[in-house]
Write a protein that binds this ligand. Structure first.
Ligand code: MG
Length: 257
């Protein structure tokens, strides 16, 4: 390896990717979207799967706790349903107008010259709608979503659904996106996702909470506090930019000389 390459590698920021959950992380739970999602999941279980109305709340709770998402639990229980139909029922009728453009978050994200990726258990249509409502559609390099991990796995002989907080699913997602966990920061509002993230070597930020929990390296009440909580991300990124710039200038100068 050339000396310049070795030098640049040594000067790389410790963090080279931020992995963001979407719902209740990029916008607050107070938007009311999460409550509407839950209502629609219950509606789907009654209307499409014929589960008794009085039982859906307990069943979905149990499945959510044991399988990561209610959907994954329903699939594991042997219910056969079309994943696109489920997503359009659960997300298609959401009051997206409750989500407002967030120029503060947009500025914060764009001011940080580090790779940023979304990692959500939701489907790609929902992810695109949320990002567009928040005015953040161009702030991320890519979206890891339901389809990324489960494309083509539906149908009668469906494989188990892969989703957070399965460590297998999370490691698979990071590999697909070429993200090294020890050089990435993972931000999510779910304690169990954060704990799974910690187990696979990610640096973790629990969003939407004021209580420290096991597995969370940082806790933020709002994603808007990111810079105050982790100023080193900006400092390191700026230092790395400077090194790259100085190295480029030095190389150009030596070529000219
Ligand atoms: Mg979330």
């Amino acid at each position: 390896m050339a000396y310049e390459d070795m030098y640049l590698k040594d000067q790389r920021p410790k963090v080279d990717c931020l992995v963001f959950d979407l719902d209740d992380t990029l916008y607050p739970v107070s938007s009311g979207i999460a409550a509407e999602v839950l209502k629609n999941i219950h509606g789907y279980m009654v209307e499409k799967l014929g589960i008794e109305k009085g039982k859906v709340s307990d069943v979905s709770n149990l499945l959510y706790r044991n399988y990561g998402t209610t959907m994954a639990g329903l699939r594991a229980m042997g219910y056969s349903f079309d994943y696109d139909d489920y997503h359009s029922f659960v997300h298609g009728r959401l009051p997206y107008e409750k989500l407002k453009t967030d120029p503060v978050l947009r500025h914060l994200l764009l001011s940080l010259p580090i790779r940023k990726v979304i990692f959500t258990n939701a489907d790609k249509v929902h992810a695109a709608k949320v990002l567009s409502r928040l005015g953040l559609e161009d702030c991320f390099e890519g979206i890891i979503c339901f389809e990324t991990l489960n494309e083509g796995s539906g149908g009668l002989f469906a494989a188990p659904i892969l989703c957070k907080p399965s460590e297998f699913a999370m490691e698979h997602a990071l590999r697909l996106a070429n993200i090294a966990p020890q050089r990435a920061v993972f931000l999510d509002d779910s304690v169990r996702n954060i704990q799974a993230g910690k187990s696979i070597g990610l640096r973790t930020v629990l969003v939407g909470s004021s209580c420290r929990v096991k597995g969370a390296d940082h806790v933020l009440e709002s994603i808007h506090n990111l810079r105050e909580a982790l100023p080193e991300l900006w400092e390191e990124a700026e230092k790395a930019e400077d090194v790259r710039f100085q190295s480029k200038v030095a190389m150009e100068a030596s070529v000219i000389a």
